[in-house]
Design a protein around this ligand. Sequence first.
Ligand code: F6P
Length: 322
Amino acid sequence: MINLFQHLREQAVAAPLIELLEVVTNASKEIAFRVRHGALAGVLGSTQDENIQGETQKQLDVISNQLLKDLLLACPHVCAIASEEEDTVVAGNSAGEFIIAFDPLDGSSNIDINGQIGTIFSIYRAQKNLAANDEAQFRQPGTQQVCAGYVLYGPSTLLVITTGKGTHTFTLDATQGTFLRTAKDIQIPPDTKEFAINMSNQRFWNQSMRNYISDLVAGESGPRAKNFNMRWNAAMVGDVHRVICRGGIFMYPSDNRNPKQPAKLRLLYEANPMAMLIENAGGKAWSESQRILDIQPSALHERVAVILGSANEVETCLGYLR
Ligand code: F6P
């Protein structure tokens, strides 16, 4: 089995990006260690604080953010970072060639129940004409990402990554501290019988989304003439990983629960990296009326609707919304 760095060299990834990914994976190994020890490491439970999004921060959110932040800011290739847990852009080395956005610990509600959680990251080239701490550094559409990935802390610790040449999985061999390639050039099946959505929000969706889901639920006797199964992990990394492993459609559509926040998932460090991974595995990732990777970001913590997964099923869903 070849390890992550052999794989990256095989893909002709330049040394600075490889070195940056070494930093990201070192941080993730530290996080994985703490996750594995749970209550014994004293990392469970909430803090007294809220993040910029008004969500209560879990201890592990804060610890993971600090680990990533400290290691990334010490890396000479990092010009700036943006994190779910930071209000604004944090400047690194102004000469660094990359900027990185990340959700240090996705799926926070799963922390205390020993469920799947993960770190999601998205890397772009720094814009030399802008100051390192300028928020505009991150106003680049997802098509400009040079690398995207997530580390899933589940029964195994997995890294799923793309540098634009396919999507690949690496499993952490904890005895060696090495990520070994365990799936190469993943291809998401274009058709599926599995969907993921938080059904409790149904009354807040628009009529087209309700119609689509109701036709899935109608099964064999409905217009789709096949039975669908539903899964909801409540951690995007877990749900997207299932889609990457065996296909499916994952949706967090817009809704009218809170007029100030019509969508839930964040563009920069959730939707964009997942969209790059999904597209590189032959899937499709849209935000209702637009391909996610084409969205021009307007704010650091901007939220977008997300519909991604098996290409034909995403297309069918979008057909209802047009
Ligand atoms: O980051 C937001 C997130 O935790 C995602 O990981 C997950 O898909 C979603 O929110 C779960 O939302 P809800 O709590 O509405 O099911």
